[in-house]
Design a protein around this ligand. Structure first.
Ligand code: BDR
Ligand code: CA
Length: 311
């Protein structure tokens, strides 16, 4: 049976690749896409998700807009990495389809009621929608199969020295999510920085023979440029596809169960994911933290999947 997933995202260059992966891989059944403010406004994120679906010719996946602001903190966007539109660097036509009028968290609830213990929520943006879902529908939380998130950083951050963007953009939401008693898996920066896309891989993607991959290659070139400008590194980590890939082929990953908290008060550390890697606090682990990825296998599977749509 295919794994039923809802992809909650804020596209975003790497979210765009995660969407295509989720649509393409035969191991997954994408029930719908929910969107959240994060890399860009909710309106742009929603439009971007629709543009990517339209680009690859997928008509039967709906997009459900969610939160347009974080739970408590002021909104932070990521224009330096993704541009103001969220998908700068490529010409991607406007979609034919409109977003659903149903709210993201009501869609999550509907799917979880319909398929109890079968739905995995994959979040590749701030945790706002998922936290709101858990607060509005506490009786459904136990019926979620699992939650896989691209979030956090154990050894380093990318917005502040210690805070990763998806957590920093809504730390209070992350705090709600960490308290949920369901299987949770985290793909932190420490992992995603092992899945780096470079010019050579982008050229391979461009030449896979699918028209829809040309703008995706352009997006990735922009993304690589942003990482060079902003972080001074060669190549860009494909953060969000790592979370989706975990559900496709777990054998690519190594992990450890840990107790992880999020800092909500620190002047220098707001939004930091604090992982008890030595089990010093004696608390039971609340999270599976992905530590290593076989990047060769990751890119083989990714490139294979990216060209599958419409064949
Ligand atoms: C995360 O932040 C966003 O910029 C990316 O899309 C990814 O989800 C990486 O920190
Ligand atoms: Ca994202």
């Amino acid at each position: 049976m295919r794994e039923k997933i809802i992809l909650d995202c804020d596209p975003g260059h790497d979210d765009a690749v995660a969407i295509i992966l989720a649509v393409a891989d035969e191991k997954l059944e994408l029930l719908g896409i929910t969107t959240v403010v994060g890399n860009t406004s909710l309106e742009n994120a929603t439009n971007n998700a629709l543009r990517i679906l339209n680009l690859v010719g997928v008509k039967d996946v709906e997009v459900y807009p969610g939160a347009d602001r974080p739970l408590v903190r002021d909104t932070v966007l990521a224009p330096k990495i993704h541009g103001y539109s969220g998908l700068e660097g490529a010409e991607i036509p406007e979609p034919h389809k409109k977003p659903s009028t149903k709210h993201a968290i009501d869609f999550m609830a509907e799917m979880i009621e319909k398929h109890p213990n079968e739905v995995t929520i994959v979040t590749t943006g701030p945790l706002t929608n998922f936290a709101l879902f858990a607060l509005k529908y506490p009786h459904l939380v136990g019926k979620i199969k699992s939650h896989v998130m691209m979030a956090g950083g154990i050894a380093f951050g990318n917005v502040t020295p210690v805070a990763e963007f998806n957590v920093f953009a809504d730390p209070e939401a992350m705090s709600v999510v960490l308290g949920l008693d369901i299987p949770k898996v985290m793909a932190p920066l420490d992992l995603t920085h092992q899945a780096v896309v470079d010019h050579e891989i982008v050229n391979k993607i461009r030449n896979l023979g699918k028209e829809y991959l040309k703008p995706i290659a352009d997006l990735l070139e922009f993304f690589i440029g942003a990482y060079k400008r902003y972080f001074g590194i060669d190549g860009a980590p494909l953060h969000d596809p790592c979370a989706v890939m975990y559900l496709i082929d777990r054998d690519m990953f190594e992990w450890e169960e840990m107790y992880v908290q999020v800092e909500l008060k620190g002047e220098l550390t707001y939004g930091q994911t604090v992982a008890d890697i030595w089990h010093l606090g004696g608390k039971d682990p609340n999270l599976r933290v992905l530590k290593k990825i076989d990047s060769k296998r990751f890119f083989e599977r990714l490139l294979d999947d990216l060209q599958k749509i419409g064949t």
